[in-house]
Design a binder for this molecule. Structure first.
Ligand SMILES: [Zn+2]
Ligand SMILES: [Zn+2]
Length: 185
């Protein structure tokens, strides 16, 4: 769903959209299970820069809910993670060079991203929010014993004669994407 400046100039847009698995591309480790539901409102926020320049920001706020099939970081068995997440974002035109002291009150309250052209794609907003909100590691249960690093057996199911389980390196891809989306966090 494209959220267009031209439409927002007329009135805010309230959205309520469902996305089937596959409609939004996440990372391979993150398989959406069932529909992703999103609802909220998009509106135009105009910021004045000097006397004549008006910058058109798009504010998108709302919430999303979805379930994801993840992999237990310890034993690699599938885990369902139910995610609900609220967001309040401000999209500023790409290339707008606004110093921090120039930001309006609204801009300071919301997280700021940038949009290209004359629209924001809701799917992109949701994808980014999911990647930021989903836990880096899922575990199937608090006391999951994981895989034996030596013989690879699932220690929840069998006992082996080796020692000390460690966590798998499965999450590097998501970690990397997240550090690009939110540098410094
Ligand atoms: Zn596990
Ligand atoms: Zn072992």
């Amino acid at each position: 769903m494209l959220i267009k400046i031209q439409q927002l100039e007329v009135h805010p847009i309230d959205f309520r959209e469902n996305f089937a698995p596959g409609q939004i591309d996440f990372v391979p480790e993150l398989q959406q299970s069932g529909e992703l539901r999103a609802s909220g409102r998009a509106q135009l926020v105009e910021e004045r820069h000097g006397k004549h320049r008006v910058i058109q920001d798009i504010r998108v706020n709302g919430e999303l809910a979805a379930s994801f099939q993840m992999v237990c970081a310890r034993c690699l068995e599938p885990v369902i993670h139910n995610l609900t997440h609220q967001f309040d974002l401000l999209y500023r035109p790409l290339g707008t060079d606004a110093g921090k002291e120039e930001l309006s009150v609204t801009a300071v309250e919301a997280e700021i991203s940038y949009y290209e052209g004359d629209a924001v794609l809701l799917e992109d907003v949701l994808r980014e929010q999911v990647l930021l909100a989903v836990p880096l590691k899922a575990i199937c249960r608090e006391d999951c014993k994981g895989l034996c690093p030596h013989c690879g057996k699932n220690l929840n199911l069998v006992q082996c004669s080796c020692e000390e389980p460690v966590e798998g390196p499965r999450w590097s891809a998501l970690k990397e994407i997240r550090s690009k989306l939110a540098p410094g966090s």
